[in-house]
Write a protein that binds this ligand. Structure first.
Ligand code: ADP
Ligand code: ASP
Ligand code: MG
Length: 425
């Protein structure tokens, strides 16, 4: 078995929602096999199954235990894999479905957001050697310490696929989804969003981190760290989609590549003691509670004996753990929480060499009467926290101001001669 012949194909929830969708995915998998590839397919839970399972847990308990949550949520992906194996059998091919644990996905023990530590792919390899198509349940693994089933965080099937591609030395990891690839903004929000034929890892990381959920952040990190070729395509139509490239394969870019958006929650600590070590205690407690913090703002008090204010944003699902972790610290007068704030970001590797992007972002939001509540920047991203209800307006205005629409921009090409994906905008 030559590793270069292996392809990993991942199908998201919408791509396996209905029986016809499962048969369509099975058809794509078999077509790759007919082209002589050895295929490992990673599947997500069907349609809204994971959301339904989460709701089911909260119907029974207000505080479901994380271990049991993982037992429950991991079932969705198993259903998809077993059904798809049956559809592949009907096409006359040999297929076997495996849970994450059977496939050798070993993780740490952080239930509901576990990290992959190792992929022991011998069982996948021997099934491929036996000329089987292997279907792996995405989004799950097994803790190396406790042997318990774990899940990898929402959208985690992308990471399962990339990790398996890395372990097998696969030629490519294809992410099949319900849009044609990665766009200059969420195509469900911006009708003239442009399909990006390629995007650099660096930009894709910023986009994924700021809300473009089409590729899960960890999967992009994993692909970059392991040099995996990642393609994002539609399950429903043919086309090359988007290729994620290393930085050296991308050339001079416009100042902004994409506008992204997300909803988050915000925590504000007021009357915070202004002395060394306080921020360390706050964020240490959050790290111990496994809460990822996104934007942080702290103001230095104006007078020497005054107290400080500190605001930060977290995933809405982490708000409860964050409040609980800070509750016991006794370092501020008040902890205020905002369950829903919006965030819009502009991302682009070209930003480094194009001054004035921040000024344009702030002016456009101002001109549209949108108040900026927090600002954070990286060398290739500017993010603003705004009223969540203003997200659609803000995204459309920024997309237009930076001329990202299909009607406004010329195609650019990567310099890497081997990567020449061309797609009609
Ligand atoms: P899957 O179930 O296939 O994993 P996801 O729902 O996780 O699919 O991701 C696909 C969705 O990501 C699209 O339906 C789209 O609405 C959304 N999305 C957000 N931002 C972007 C973007 N910049 N480009 C493409 N899709 C995006
Ligand atoms: N089914 C999981 C989710 O909905 C994982 C995934 O789709 O990647 O988040
Ligand atoms: Mg997804």
């Amino acid at each position: 078995m030559a590793a270069s012949e292996i392809v990993v194909m991942k199908f998201g929830g919408t791509s396996v929602a209905e029986p016809d969708d499962i048969r369509r995915a099975a058809g794509r998998i078999v077509a790759a096999r007919q082209e002589g590839k050895l295929v490992v397919a990673v599947l997500s839970a069907r349609g809204k199954t994971t959301d339904d399972l989460v709701d089911m847990a909260y119907e029974v308990s207000d505080t479901p235990a994380a271990r049991e949550m993982d037992m429950l949520l991991s079932t969705g992906e198993r259903i998809s894999c077993a059904l798809c194996a049956m559809a592949i059998h009907d096409l006359g091919y040999n297929a076997i479905s495996l849970t994450g644990s059977q496939a050798g996905i070993v993780t740490d023990s952080s239930h509901t957001k576990a990290r992959i530590l190792d992929v022991r792919a011998d069982r996948i390899r021997s099934a491929l050697d036996e000329d089987r198509i292997v279907l792996v349940a995405g989004f799950q693994g097994v803790s190396g310490d406790s042997r318990d089933v774990t899940t990898l965080g929402r959208g985690g099937s992308d990471t399962t696929a990339v990790a398996i591609a890395a372990a097998l030395g696969a030629e490519v990891c294809q992410i099949y989804t319900d849009v044609r690839g990665v766009f200059s903004a969420d195509p469900r929000l911006v009708s003239n969003a442009r399909l990006l034929p390629f995007v650099s890892f660096e930009e894709m990381l910023e986009m994924a981190a700021s809300g473009a959920r089409v590729l899960q952040l960890r999967s992009v990190e994993y692909a970059r760290n392991h040099g995996i070729r990642m393609e994002c395509r539609s399950s429903f139509e043919d086309g090359p989609g988007t290729l994620v490239l290393s930085e050296q394969d991308t050339m001079e870019r416009p100042s902004v590549t994409a506008v992204t958006h997300a909803e988050e929650a915000r925590v504000t600590l007021t009357g915070l003691r202004d002395e060394p070590g306080i921020a360390g205690r706050v964020f240490g407690a959050l790290a111990d509670a496994n809460v990822n913090v996104d934007m942080i703002i702290q103001n230095e008090p104006v007078s020497a004996d005054a107290t400080a204010d500190l605001s930060f944003t977290v995933d809405a699902g982490d708000l409860g753990s964050a409040s609980q972790a800070l509750g016991g610290l006794d370092i501020s007068e008040r902890i205020e929480t905002d369950e829903r704030v919006g965030k819009v970001s502009v991302v682009g590797a070209g930003m480094r060499s194009h001054p004035g992007v921040a000024a344009t972002v702030f002016r456009v939001l101002g001109d549209n009467g949108i108040n900026i509540e927090m600002i954070a920047t990286s060398p290739i991203k500017i993010s603003c926290v705004i009223d969540a209800d203003k997200i659609p307006e803000a995204v459309r205005a920024l997309h237009e101001a930076f001329e990202l629409g299909t009607d406004a921009i010329l195609e650019e090409e990567p310099t890497g001669a081997e990567h020449r994906p061309r797609v009609a905008p």
